[in-house]
Design a protein around this ligand. Structure first.
Ligand code: UD1
Ligand code: UDP
Length: 376
């Protein structure tokens, strides 16, 4: 059996790796080894316990309000030891976090091949999102297997000169995760009884580094204005634990009756809520991919997106961080019968069909079985 080391460190990575870990465990060809870098602590533990994932290696690199130097240097040293001990045949990384980049770099230093899940996303602006755009471009330089979610992502890789034989268009494993969880249809009693049925619910999340400071204040200003103009809406806001977000949210939104601020939601509750809300306002990458699964329009609180498929399909609109623009765009979606709402809600998910993890595992099985046959 080939040893596959799967690394992850943040909430979205583990949500998107969970279907891959499950399928690797079911395969007779692979022995999966899981490594949590601990880039996130509370958020990651929440996802691990939700999916019942045990970490074979559990590093502990998170510091409060860490900067990019902190995580990178601590993680590089730790990964050297993990690779020495586990001696994997392949390292699988997901997305564009510091965990993904440093895991790929460590594997390269150890001459171990890397598979990149969710490869090929680009804004072509190295500072947006920061540092994720550079992280994923650097991972593409290192990886031997590029699992692209969409044809656009695959084309981006071709433009960068990645060999055609190394690019596999498989869909996004995040869609696998959300479809599987939606089937369970369960929410904790706490969340299920929290929201008044007569209100129009809007889901808000924000955490990007490039939105810290003034942009975040603009977002909250827009939300307050919307609540004042539309007393029938309730904005549900699970607040990211990053102190740069939490402090401003508490300062600006604590006294706003139209906003319910919550601790980060368990993934099952988030999925349950996503099915109930009218629309989503977010700077999250994952939520841009998930909301179209349930036909929920998304307003993207960013100047550019590496997920143009949702915008082009009409499910999402890029609204940036200008306060007036955000409140105007939100207002347009308050009426679910409006033309704009109806056209955004009609779109099918362009990011996948729930079979990405299965495809990734069968590509890897084929590759390793062929190598064994060639060696014999
Ligand atoms: C990271 C990723 C980003 C991803 C996001 C998902 C990088 C550079 N950024 O951003 O791509 O979209 O995760 O959420 O990899 N914190 C806690 N508890 C937690 C998690 C975070 O207290 O469980 C606080 C800590 O003070 C930590 C800070 O949040 O220092 C920032 O965490 P970090 O992982 O550096 O960056 P994110 O902004 O979360
Ligand atoms: N999510 C969650 N609970 C929350 C907020 C988000 O489970 O309270 C999930 C969301 O459904 C998506 C992922 O976390 O799957 C997105 O994480 P985040 O926005 O932190 O990171 P990004 O996707 O921007 O990298």
């Amino acid at each position: 059996m080939k040893k596959i080391l799967v690394t992850y460190g943040t909430r979205p990575e583990l949500i998107k790796m969970a279907p891959v870990i499950k399928k690797l465990g079911e395969s007779l060809s692979f022995n999966p080894i899981t490594c949590s870098t601990g880039q996130h602590r509370d958020l990651l533990d929440q996802v691990a316990s939700f999916f019942g994932i045990q970490h074979d290696f559990s590093l502990n690199v998170m510091k409060s309000n860490q900067d990019l130097f902190d995580i990178t240097e601590r993680l590089l040293g730790e990964m050297r030891e993990v690779l020495k001990e586990s001696k994997p045949d392949l390292v699988l990384v997901q997305g564009d976090t510091t965990t993904a980049f440093v895991s790929a770099l460590s594997a390269f230093y150890s001459k171990i091949p890397v598979g990149h899940i969710e490869a090929g996303l680009r804004t072509w602006d190295p500072y947006s999102p920061f540092p994720e755009e550079m992280n994923r471009a650097l991972i593409s330089k290192i990886a031997s297997f590029h699992f692209a979610p969409t044809s656009k992502a695959a084309d981006n890789l071709r433009k960068e000169g990645i060999s055609e034989q190394l690019i596999y268009q498989v869909g996004n494993t995040g869609v696998d995760a959300i479809l599987e969880v939606a089937k369970r249809g369960k929410a904790t009693p706490f969340i299920a009884q929290l929201f008044p049925p007569e209100k129009k619910l809007i889901l808000l999340t924000a955490h990007r580094r490039e939105n810290f400071g003034e942009p975040l204040r603009n977002i909250f200003k827009a939300v307050k204005k919307l609540c004042k103009q539309h007393p029938d809406v309730q904005v549900i806001y699970p607040v990211h634990p990053n102190p740069n977000v939490k402090a401003v949210a508490n300062e600006m939104l604590a006294d706003c009756a139209g906003v319910t601020m919550l601790e980060p939601l368990e993934f099952g509750d988030l999925v349950w809520l996503l099915e109930k809300v009218q629309f989503v306002v977010t700077d999250s990458g994952g939520l841009q991919e998930e909301a179209p699964t349930f036909g929920k329009p998304v307003l993207v609180l960013r100047e550019s997106t590496e997920r143009p498929e949702a915008v082009e399909a009409g499910a999402a609109r890029l609204v940036g961080t200008d306060s007036e623009k955000i409140s105007a765009e939100m207002s347009k979606l308050v009426d679910p019968l409006s033309l704009q709402y109806q056209s955004m809600a009609r779109v099918r998910n362009p990011f996948g069909d729930g079979t990405a993890a299965r495809k990734i595992i069968s590509i890897l099985e084929q590759h390793f079985n062929q190598s064994v046959a060639e060696a014999a």
